[in-house]
Design a protein around this ligand. Structure first.
Ligand SMILES: NC(=O)c1ccc[n+]([C@@H]2O[C@H](COP(=O)([O-])OP(=O)(O)OC[C@H]3O[C@@H](n4cnc5c(N)ncnc54)[C@H](OP(=O)(O)O)[C@@H]3O)[C@@H](O)[C@H]2O)c1
Length: 212
């Protein structure tokens, strides 16, 4: 029986790179993205869900449960960002950023738990939140700081499972299209982040994994 991974946000730059690396290594990958046309070609087991819609999330996990018995490696790689000063930030934008970076991790974790192997490894894509307390980043950094707190509490509930909070530096993905600046020249390729995530899985890592 092959190892099984479940990746939320599989059509993003990092999610896609992890999916491809895992498949090269012979894993079965359940990939979940928002748009069917984005996910179709990435893995042979794909589902669509908006991570902030509980029904979508429940339906995706339910459908996945017909294709695999359990999940060994679970990865949350969705995320969203907007740089707007608080004075101009719309509630809808605040909500969208919180949905992608904090409510999504809650809903996808909650509904995936019954499908996780006893010693499953969970991986969340965070950010180096203490360095990001910059003007116009309030929604993003609040969400990522919340994610860190969520993960810390979850780890105490899920004894026996490993949880890694990956905190990348700049990674060259479409994420930067949402920012008013170009990625730095030394931005890491997403494939490198994927390899670090898989190394963390192999080492049985738990806690923060800073890639800066
Ligand atoms: N790239 C970087 O420099 C960097 C640095 C530090 C941390 N990170 C973190 O790493 C993670 C992955 O980033 P990335 O670089 O791979 O970004 P990306 O290429 O923009 O991918 C993000 C993915 O999240 C999906 N998503 C957003 N909101 C969603 C929702 N409500 N429901 C379902 N899917 C949703 C997007 O789907 P759509 O295409 O449908 O919008 C997209 O596929 C994010 O959490 C990000 O905060 C990235």
């Amino acid at each position: 029986m092959t190892n099984v991974a479940m990746i939320w946000g599989v059509s993003g730059g990092i999610g896609r790179a992890v999916a491809q690396e895992l498949q090269t290594r012979g894993w079965t990958v359940i990939g979940i993205g928002r748009q069917p046309e984005d996910v179709a070609s990435i893995t042979s087991h794909t589902f669509t869900a908006d991570v902030a819609r509980e029904y979508d999330v429940q339906t995706a996990v339910h459908a996945a449960s017909f294709e695999v018995d359990q999940v060994d490696l679970w990865i949350y790689a969705a995320g969203d960002i907007e740089t707007t000063a608080v004075a101009d930030l719309k509630l809808a934008s605040w909500q969208r950023i919180l949905d992608a970076n904090l409510t999504g991790p809650f809903l996808t974790t909650k509904h995936s738990l019954p499908l996780l192997a006893e010693e499953a490894h969970l991986v969340y894509l965070g950010a180096v939140s203490e360095r990001l307390k910059l003007p116009k980043f309030a929604a993003y950094v609040a969400a990522k700081a919340g994610l860190e707190a969520f993960v810390a509490a979850l780890q105490k509930e899920l004894r026996g499972k490993k949880i890694t909070l990956v905190r990348p530096g700049a990674v060259a993905t479409p994420f930067w299209d949402k920012l008013p600046i170009r990625p730095p020249k030394d931005a890491a390729p997403p494939e490198k982040v994927a390899q670090r995530i898989l190394a963390a899985y192999e080492e049985g890592h738990s806690g923060h994994l800073d890639l800066v």
